[in-house]
Design a binder for this molecule. Structure first.
Ligand code: UTP
Ligand code: MG
Length: 577
């Protein structure tokens, strides 16, 4: 998965990658050549007292250093650019994918996990790209190059490398190996801390009201401690690594100096060669270390890549039509044909064999107790969910074949829990119609019985709305959501319990005001209040997912016991008559 991800999302930057490789190669060659020049300065310049030679070679060395610095800087620039662009593209792809998800897929991953995947996980992979960008070429080239150069300087000392390099590789490798499972755990724990935090911030009022703070604090503390412990364990291992590396580095230097000194006094080696050899040894060990570090990042990035890939590979269960229908003959019609719906994983269907039909100028009311499946039924029409069996038709065409844009412009949905976005009253209303004038905003507010309270808000239309609309009351939110749907001028209105937070007087005024606006449209009203729907053209009574009654108020009173029961529980006898 990691490789696939890298290949796909690094492709656009192939040219930069080539530049990066060339720059790193140049820089590495320069740094490899420097110790050899240094050795020459000592052996031919210092020992023989040839100042001109020292100055000439020194000049070369200076030039080379400058070149190397330039290469490294440019490489770092390209590396950063590539990894950042990579991260941006990947996040974008994830975001687009998630936006296409229906409620079913979001529920499968959970919102917090989706957020972690789009931030932290992408960052892990991005970091691997950044680090590889600076080391991937440098480490192996330095390692191999330094070995060749060192052997060239003094073959007699080279057997020492045969000892220090494997020792270092084993030590660093075994530490790295033990860190991998910790990294895997860390990703899961990060997910959990995120989830708990989100849940608690979202439900803070409930937590307070039920005095659950100590429990919730404990729950968070546990998750937090788990993450900390794992990170600490990984950190401890990491802390062990540096002293171990320094120890090996210095021990090998001492060994080289010892053996080298013996060889120099025997006349087998020159002083300059020994200095160069020492530098090469350090370079080799450094390269081994960098390579191991990089390899260590791979498993962590691989875990993250899997998590990202999982999201990218998930198709929305509400698939887009291959050849969408863009033109429809009929208008303002919604129909359910023998629809059955089952939530994934649920044993029983929530809706069973339901057939309903509402046309232009008609009002269909759906009534039923909590959990009867009313919201589920409404979600089928804008394709927030697709039916398990049967078909949903809008304007005479199966919604699965309709162009989604066309479908959604025809529907004005007021959800049961109206969601407002952070911004202003106006920016929220313009979700319904981006080009609406202030005047039409006020008109919609007037119909939705929201004019009075918006006028009283500081700033009126420009009054600030916080995320989720939490700075407004439930009823105010509902009325803004209604106004938002009205601005759309849809053919089909779906009101999901949209008057529940309004007092009866306000509701009656709202319904009267709605009547002329919705004259040409089909209206479906979901409610629990009989008073709201007595005049509806049709009333559908849902009970446990089945349609147990369909007709007008008076017919149902006689024919549908469930309806009669609901009415009896809400109205006094004379009102019902
Ligand atoms: P609904 O959400 O359709 O019920 O859930 P409703 O009629 O609108 O209820 P109120 O009046 O707003 O309270 C119907 C059934 O579907 C299940 C629920 O358990 C409920 O019994 N359900 C709902 C799921 O299994 N998964 C979901 O995501 C939503
Ligand atoms: Mg509902």
């Amino acid at each position: 998965m990691l490789i696939r991800l890298l290949r796909t999302y690094l492709q656009p930057y192939a040219r930069w990658l080539v530049a990066l490789v060339v720059l790193q190669l140049l820089g590495t060659i320069a740094s490899l050549y420097l110790p050899a020049l240094n050795a020459d300065v000592i052996d031919y310049g210092v020992v023989r007292g040839d100042t001109a030679y020292i100055l000439r070679t020194g000049g070369w060395m200076l030039l080379m250093t400058v070149g190397q610095i330039a290469c490294s800087m440019a490489a770092a620039y390209f590396g950063a650019r590539i990894s950042m662009s990579f991260g941006r593209d990947l996040r974008g792809a994830l975001f687009r994918r998630v936006m296409g998800f229906s409620g079913r897929e979001v529920a499968r991953f959970g919102a917090p996990s989706l957020i972690t995947r789009n931030t932290n996980d992408v960052q892990q992979v991005q970091m691997l790209v950044a680090v590889s960008g600076t080391m991937m070429i440098g480490a192996p080239v330095t390692g191999i190059g330094a070995i060749i150069m060192a052997v060239r300087e003094d073959p007699g000392l080279s057997w020492l490398m045969g000892i220090c390099v494997p020792v270092l590789a084993i030590v660093v490798g075994s530490v790295a190996w033990r860190m991998v499972p910790q990294f895997r755990l860390m990703q899961t724990f990060t997910d959990r801390v995120n989830r708990i935090l989100r849940e608690q911030i979202g439900g803070i009022r409930v937590v307070r009201a039920f005095v659950r703070e100590p429990d919730e604090t404990r729950r968070f503390a546990t998750a937090n401690a788990d993450l900390t412990d794992t990170a600490l364990q990984a950190g401890r291992l990491m802390a062990l690594l540096l002293p171990a590396i320094v120890l090996i580095l210095n021990a090998s230097s001492a060994a080289v100096l010892w053996v080298g000194a013996l060889r120099i006094s025997a006349g087998q080696t020159q002083i300059g060669d020994l200095t160069a050899f020492l530098v090469y040894l350090a370079q080799i060990l450094l390269a081994v270390m960098m390579a191991t570090f990089m390899l260590m990042m791979v498993p962590r990035a691989a875990v993250s890549a899997d998590r990202i890939g999982e999201v990218l590979a998930t198709e929305s269960s509400v698939a887009l039509p291959r050849e969408p229908v863009r033109a429809v003959a009929a208008h303002a019609q919604a129909e359910l044909r023998r629809v059955t719906f089952r939530y994934p994983g649920a044993a029983d269907p929530v809706l069973r064999d339901i057939s309903l039909r509402v046309g232009a100028g008609e009002t269909l009311a759906v009534i039923g107790s909590t959990g009867a499946g009313k919201t589920t039924l409404l979600s089928l029409i804008p394709r927030l969910l697709d039916p398990t069996e049967g078909a949903v038709l809008v304007d005479g065409v199966d919604v699965r074949r309709l162009d989604p844009e066309l479908l959604w412009t025809r529907i004005g949905l007021v959800p049961q829990r109206p969601y407002l976005f952070s911004g202003t009253v106006a920016s929220n209303l313009r979700f319904g119609d981006p080009g609406a004038t202030d005047e039409s905003l006020w008109q919609a507010l007037e119909v939705a019985q929201a004019r009075d309270f918006v006028e009283e808000l500081a700033g009126g239309l420009e009054a600030r709305v916080s995320q989720g609309g939490t700075n407004l009351s439930g009823g105010q939110r509902q009325r803004l959501a209604i106004a938002r749907a009205l601005l759309r001028r849809p053919e089909i209105y779906l009101f999901d319990d949209s008057f529940s937070a309004l007092d009866l007087g306000t509701e009656a005024r709202l319904r009267t005001a709605l009547r002329p606006v919705t004259r040409e449209s089909a209206v479906i009203i979901v409610t629990q209040r009989v008073a709201s729907i007595r005049n509806a053209d049709q009333i559908a009574v849902l009970d446990g997912g089945a349609l147990v009654g369909l007709g007008r108020h008076h017919e149902l009173l006689d024919t549908c016991p469930t309806y009669a029961e609901i009415v009896a529980s809400q109205l006094t006898a004379e009102e019902a008559a």
